[in-house]
Design a protein around this ligand. Structure first.
Ligand code: CU
Length: 500
């Protein structure tokens, strides 16, 4: 069965059966960065695991007569939705039936380094044709996910180019939101190919202020490279686009009734792309970002998500019809990036009406005017691109250093309990979805404007822009910081924090 959507009752049944006990009703998570206790090691469990994830190359039917072969969890995309309970230890058996070592990363959770799923932090690999059992204490509550965390490099069958991602929902200890039903949507492209440039949206982030000094630096570096006869570095494009592993029109529609309030948990599981999502005639009331509640709900005409970002938004179903909920990029939507929303009793072909262009300003989801805690220390970070410098791929640096297997020493030192501010400066024209492992962070400045109250684990940093994020060093152990764009993280855009 393809689980494109569930009723609440289905969720409780399915999750209860798997976890062997009753569960609380789902709600949106709520965590401040200063409230996260350290990752707790849990004793290794005996007997059967709570969940089993099997990594193998399997066929995947994206649409009728459109089958691809890719690596998946349990033969499906997305991987099974795991509903975990905050604070209740869970044991998971991971089997790797491929010929290459694997890492399974628990994105957005506060875990110890031996289970977080990043070799750079010291997590053991799941060996080829081998297995690993892990036990951990899930936290914090909210919409998280799991995905592979291996370097793909030039191999477009590896890393997040494959079908290795699945949603996690961690039930909070206390509860609920005002909605009738929950629907998980995982956005993902397949059939990757190399290209020399993309048509990715670049102008949707607000404020739009570019920093002249960063622009001058980035442009002169690019112009020097092109003047030497270098082509633009490789990018990646895709042949097919899916929501919940099905191309538009191929999967089950989201079936709704007038007046229903549907809570969508949207995950961008792309290896490289930014996605938008709109539903003609409807608005989205965002209640959580990356699984963390925002100070108050904010209603927007559509959503923007960088790679690995999640948004939880309630849509009031007040515009009966048969609609296409899809990406605003026409080409990507026509190649599958959409899902049909069908009101009960309505007939006809699904319709798409392009919304007026909408922008995305993270600060609007926070507390305007609230005073942010002062950091104990500020780390300056400048991100730069060396065009086509790594065998045709762009090489990426943080403060002049490209992370690589022989350059893995930690770049930043932190003390337990202290608050740190990362002052990030982007000297490239690309948008970077910046991710911190094992912690979350508060957005404190976006493109020159103050922000507060938005707690995330991925944030898009605009081309030639600056942003500041604060985190509390409260989960000891090596901590990976990287751009989540697969081409960027694989070619240098990573750094480690160490606790000293
Ligand atoms: Cu990047």
């Amino acid at each position: 069965m393809r689980r494109s959507h569930f009723s609440r009752r289905d969720f409780v049944k399915a999750a209860g059966a798997l976890a062997g006990g009753p569960l609380l009703y789902p709600a949106v998570g709520c965590q401040r960065p200063s409230m996260s206790p350290p990752g707790e090691a849990a004793p290794q469990a005996e007997g059967p695991a709570d969940y089993t994830l099997t990594i193998a190359v399997t066929p995947l039917e994206l649409a009728k007569d459109h089958i691809v072969s890719t690596t998946t969890y349990n033969g499906q995309f997305p991987g099974p939705l795991l509903r975990l309970q905050e604070g209740k230890p869970v044991t998971i058996d991971i089997h790797n039936q491929t010929d290459t070592p694997e890492q399974l990363h628990w994105h957005g959770q506060f875990l110890p380094t031996d289970v977080d799923g990043a070799a750079e932090e010291g997590t053991p690999f799941i060996p080829p044709h081998g297995s690993r059992r892990i036990t951990f204490v899930p936290k914090p509550s909210g919409h998280r996910f799991y995905h592979t965390h291996v370097r793909a490099g030039a191999d477009l069958n590896a890393g997040l180019y494959a079908g290795l991602a699945g949603p996690v929902y961690i039930e909070p200890r206390n509860n609920p939101g005002n909605y009738d039903r929950e629907v998980f949507l995982t956005l993902k492209e397949f059939e990757p190919t190399y290209s020399r440039g993309g048509d990715m949206a670049m102008d949707f982030l607000l404020p739009a202020a570019a920093v002249k000094e960063l622009k001058d630096t980035g442009e002169s570096s690019m112009n020097a490279s092109l003047a030497k006869g270098m082509p633009h570095g490789f990018e990646v494009g895709y042949g097919s686009f899916t929501i919940n592993g099905r191309m538009l029109g191929s999967g089950e529609p989201v079936r709704v009734k007038p007046g229903e309030r549907v809570l969508f948990h949207v995950l961008n599981a792309s290896a490289t792309e930014i996605r938008s999502l709109a539903l003609p005639g409807h608005a989205f009331t965002v209640v959580a970002m990356d699984g963390n509640s925002i100070p108050k709900p904010v209603t927007v005409p559509g959503l923007w998500l960088g790679t690995a970002e999640r948004l939880s938004a309630i849509v009031e179903m007040n515009h009966p019809g048969i609609w296409i909920m899809g990406d605003t990029a026409n080409d990507d939507r026509r190649h599958g990036m959409g899902i049909v929303v069908e009101y009960a009793g309505q007939k006809g072909k699904p319709r798409w009406i392009a919304p007026p262009p909408f922008h995305w300003n993270y600060a609007q989801f926070g507390n305007p005017g609230a005073v942010v805690a002062q950091p104990d220390r500020v780390f300056e970070m400048t991100f730069a691109k060396q065009n086509a410098a790594a065998e045709g791929f762009n090489r990426w640096t943080i403060n002049g250093v490209a992370f690589a297997e022989d350059r893995m020493q930690p770049m930043f030192q932190v003390n337990h309990g202290k608050r740190y501010r990362l002052r990030m400066r982007n000297a490239s024209d690309d948008i970077h979805p910046i991710h911190l492992h094992r912690h979350n962070f508060e957005l404190t400045r976006v493109a020159g404007q103050p922000a507060s109250g938005v707690i995330k684990d991925v944030v898009m940093l605009g081309g030639y822009q600056e942003a500041e994020i604060d985190f509390v060093a409260d989960n000891p152990g090596l901590t990976l910081f990287h751009c989540h764009q697969q081409l960027h993280m694989d070619f240098g855009f990573m750094a480690l924090f160490e606790y000293v």
